[in-house]
Design a protein around this ligand. Structure first.
Ligand SMILES: NC(=O)c1ccc[n+]([C@@H]2O[C@H](COP(=O)([O-])OP(=O)(O)OC[C@H]3O[C@@H](n4cnc5c(N)ncnc54)[C@H](OP(=O)(O)O)[C@@H]3O)[C@@H](O)[C@H]2O)c1
Length: 387
């Protein structure tokens, strides 16, 4: 038997045993490694704990869709690249030590997972690979049928397709993208527990869930990570979500940690977004709200000067400083921006600086909702009770 296949069998045995545990196996553990985790060779100095994982403090979000031009790879905003450069960007991130890669079935749909899968060939074992299921997407064509679908048989189908696209034998962290109100979360967690027994999924998370749903899911199979929007621009998780994570030993990943680019200083009071730019439909970026919200950018730019850093670095370092188990996943199509974001891991605030910055931040009231109404309506949802 080759060493590779023996390791593979050992890994699956460990996973099967871990999946049988009913409590978060990492809670209270001095070493936050996943059994058989690809992150196990990392040094701890440059990493932080994220639920069961040890990861570099800054991850990489890969949320791309096809652009109008042939071969174009666009983000949700105004940035564009192509497939070759997107692959090179991910490889560059891994070479520089980034270990948390985030994507989703819905990004493209399928395109982002395909790019990530190709980029990780040969370096797969160096990263925590996270992706998401949960939207009702036609498996063959990738057409969105509208709405959500977390029925267990659909989850199984999606995971098998994701493993093929990602060119891997396991997903390290699989999120439910949005809670499906029609499917009891116990059924979702049960399906994932089965996938964990089979070694196809190592850990799971929830994105923008209702808090009762988190507790119910956690009782069936430990929730590893919650992924919600969190940034200097949107601090909603501080009230109830972060305390719940702390209580249950769940890691927290921040999406849109740069406020969809707003916190980088690239948006001004007079910026008007193209209709293909997602920000055109976001109330907090509507002209009146945008002008009012620029005081936050002024604050971030002031701190960037003071700390000899960039605004993006201030925004990311501020998140990292909130809790040792928080990891932002900035999205970028640009290697220079990637480098800048990675360097934020070396930036810290003294206790006095943190206090001063927090007081200044608290004085700024953000105007306008964080998401368009139909998108916002799908957040904080509780799954139907199991009868
Ligand atoms: N769970 C969910 O529901 C959910 C929702 C949204 C996003 N996400 C995840 O979160 C990730 C990040 O969120 P996001 O992309 O929405 O927002 P973000 O990370 O807050 O902002 C991304 C934007 O900032 C720009 N940017 C990045 N670094 C920069 C830098 N150093 N200087 C100047 N501009 C910079 C990018 O443009 P350039 O390409 O030009 O750098 C891009 O337009 C996504 O990729 C996705 O994986 C998850």
């Amino acid at each position: 038997m080759s060493t590779h296949s023996k390791n593979e069998i050992d890994r699956r045995k460990i996973l099967t045993a871990a999946a049988a545990l009913t409590v978060a196996p990492w809670v209270g553990s001095a070493r936050a490694q996943t059994s058989g985790s690809p992150a196990s060779s990392l040094t701890t100095a440059a990493t932080r704990r994220l639920g069961p994982f040890q990861v570099f403090p800054i991850g990489l979000g890969c949320q791309w869709r096809p652009g109008a031009a042939s071969g174009a790879v666009n983000d949700l905003y105004a940035s564009s690249t192509d497939r070759k450069d997107a692959i090179n960007l991910i490889r560059h991130a891994v070479d520089r030590g980034v270990t948390l890669i985030d994507t989703a079935e819905a990004y493209g749909p399928f395109m982002s997972e395909e790019i990530v899968g190709e980029a990780l060939q040969g370096v797969r074992n160096r990263v925590v690979l996270s992706t998401k299921f949960g939207f009702d997407i036609e498996p063959g064509s990738g057409a969105r049928r509208g709405g959500l679908n977390s029925r267990p048989e659909h989850i199984r189908q999606v995971v098998d397709a994701q493993l093929r696209r990602l060119r891997t034998d396991r997903i390290d962290l699989l999120y439910q993208h949005r809670v499906d109100p029609q499917v009891p979360i116990e059924d979702v967690a049960g399906a994932i527990k089965d996938l964990a027994r089979e070694g196809k999924v190592l850990h799971y998370g929830l994105s923008e869930p209702g808090l009762g749903t988190v507790r119910r899911a956690h009782a069936v199979h430990p929730v590893a990570v919650i992924q919600n929007e969190y940034s200097m621009l949107w601090r909603g998780p501080e009230a109830r979500v972060l305390p719940l994570c702390e209580e249950l030993g769940i890691g927290f990943v921040c999406w849109s940690p740069l406020g969809m680019g707003f916190l980088t200083g690239s948006v001004t009071a007079t910026t008007r977004f193209d209709e293909r730019d997602f920000r055109a439909s976001v109330p907090r970026f509507a002209p009146d709200a945008l002008a009012a919200n620029m005081s936050l950018v002024t604050l971030v730019v002031t701190w960037a000067r003071r700390k000899n850093a960039t605004p993006a670095q201030i925004a990311l370092a501020w998140l990292s400083a909130r809790k040792p188990w928080i990891v932002p996943i900035p999205g970028t199509t640009n290697v220079a921006h990637l480098e800048e974001n990675i360097s934020a891991a070396a930036l810290s605030f003294s206790a006095d600086e943190s206090k001063e910055l927090d007081i200044a931040l608290a004085a700024i009231l953000i105007r306008g909702e964080r998401l368009p109404p139909p998108v916002l309506a799908a957040t904080g949802i509780e799954a139907v009770p199991r009868l």
